[in-house]
Design a protein around this ligand. Structure first.
Ligand code: NAD
Length: 307
């Protein structure tokens, strides 16, 4: 059976496929418009983010049985169309949770200790020691919006730093779980009003789109830090820029944006914001885990079909 790997995954993942007896068609260096021709006789397709598994690509492969996405969401896979063709879609939701949680904490520290600002000043020979005075995480109140895989990993890390962690989620774990984890539930508006640090970990859904709109941004505690490593569009970027400019917020960090790649933004003018190019899952370990897991899942599905 033939597996088309359309985006580069970890070499260990490719090895797993080959060791499993599958023919691997590695095409990540090919132009995307050639993919419909190349996928013709493949039984499985593996993508990461760059390749879109569109209806057109799916229908160019009459024998396609499995689509594997090495990553969390399925934004780049037409899963609804795959379903009409009885094609199984699998992904690796937990492979990069630790990577994203570490970035959320790292970005909080970058803001609280003004790392980007002082780095820029130091390179210019300004030695901005006074301007570099920051704040500690220890003793602060952290509010997590979303307590799924990434939210829980983030909670552990903030607790280890001596912060009090509270959260808001549509699903509330059992009260004794909360006790075990040392965290407490709060309604969203209450969480925004009481937290010194807010970190967002919900998926993009019709309910979460614009969840932190202008009105909600105004409810955030004065002097708080806001970090978003989930999806762009959950926070209103213009309202956030205004809150940073007015001094309502101490600072903010964003890894995700309404429009990516981000080419221009009112945030570019502000010193109290740290911006990264959607690198939450971009770690050697996260990508290794995602590549190996997706290969294992695709092998499992193909073998089950072959029986
Ligand atoms: P998850 O599904 O494990 O957890 C999401 C949590 O959000 C769940 O507990 C769910 O109940 C909650 N939720 C859903 N809708 C909600 C709503 N309307 N209000 C409140 N809570 C709601 O997902 P995860 O693995 O923790 O990932 C979270 C998000 O992080 C992903 O959906 C993705 O958008 C983002 N992500 C970003 C990167 C990056 O590179 N920056 C990488 C991976 C994931």
């Amino acid at each position: 059976m033939k597996v088309m790997v359309a985006d580069k995954i970890a070499a260990d993942g490719i090895k797993k496929l080959k060791d499993g007896g599958f023919e691997v068609l590695s095409v990540w260096e090919e132009p995307k418009e050639k993919l419909p021709e190349l996928i013709k006789d493949c039984e499985a397709l593996i993508v990461r983010s760059a390749t879109k598994a569109t209806k057109e690509l799916i229908d160019a492969a009459p024998k396609l049985k499995v689509i594997g996405r090495a990553g969390v969401g399925l934004d780049n896979v037409d899963a609804a169309h795959a379903k009409t063709r009885n094609i199984k879609v699998v992904n690796t939701p937990g492979a990069t949770s630790i990577s994203v949680a570490e970035l959320a904490v790292g970005l909080t520290l970058a803001v609280s200790r003004k790392v980007a600002l002082t780095d820029r000043g130091t390179r210019k020979g300004e030695w901005p020691k006074k301007a570099g005075e920051g704040i500690e995480i220890f003793g602060k109140s952290v509010g997590l919006i979303g307590l799924g895989r990434i939210g829980r990993e983030t909670a552990k890390r903030f607790r280890a730093m001596g912060a009090t962690v509270r959260y808001y989620d549509v699903i509330r774990p059992l009260p004794y779980d909360e006790k075990d984890w040392g965290i407490e539930f709060r309604p969203l508006d209450e969480l925004l009003a009481m937290s010194d640090i807010i970190s967002i970990h919900v998926p993009m859904t019709p309910e979460t789109k614009g969840l932190l709109d202008k009105e909600r941004v105004a409810k955030i505690k004065k002097g708080a830090i806001l970090v978003n490593t989930s999806r762009g569009g959950i926070v209103d970027e213009a309202a956030l820029a205004e809150a940073l400019r007015s001094g309502q917020l101490y600072g903010a960090a964003l890894d995700v944006f309404e429009t990516e790649p981000l080419k221009s933004s009112p945030l570019f003018e502000l010193d109290n914001v740290v911006l990264t190019p959607h690198v939450g899952a971009q770690t050697a370990e996260g990508q290794l885990r995602a590549g190996v897991e997706i290969a294992e899942l695709v092998i499992k599905e193909l073998k089950a079909l072959g029986k």
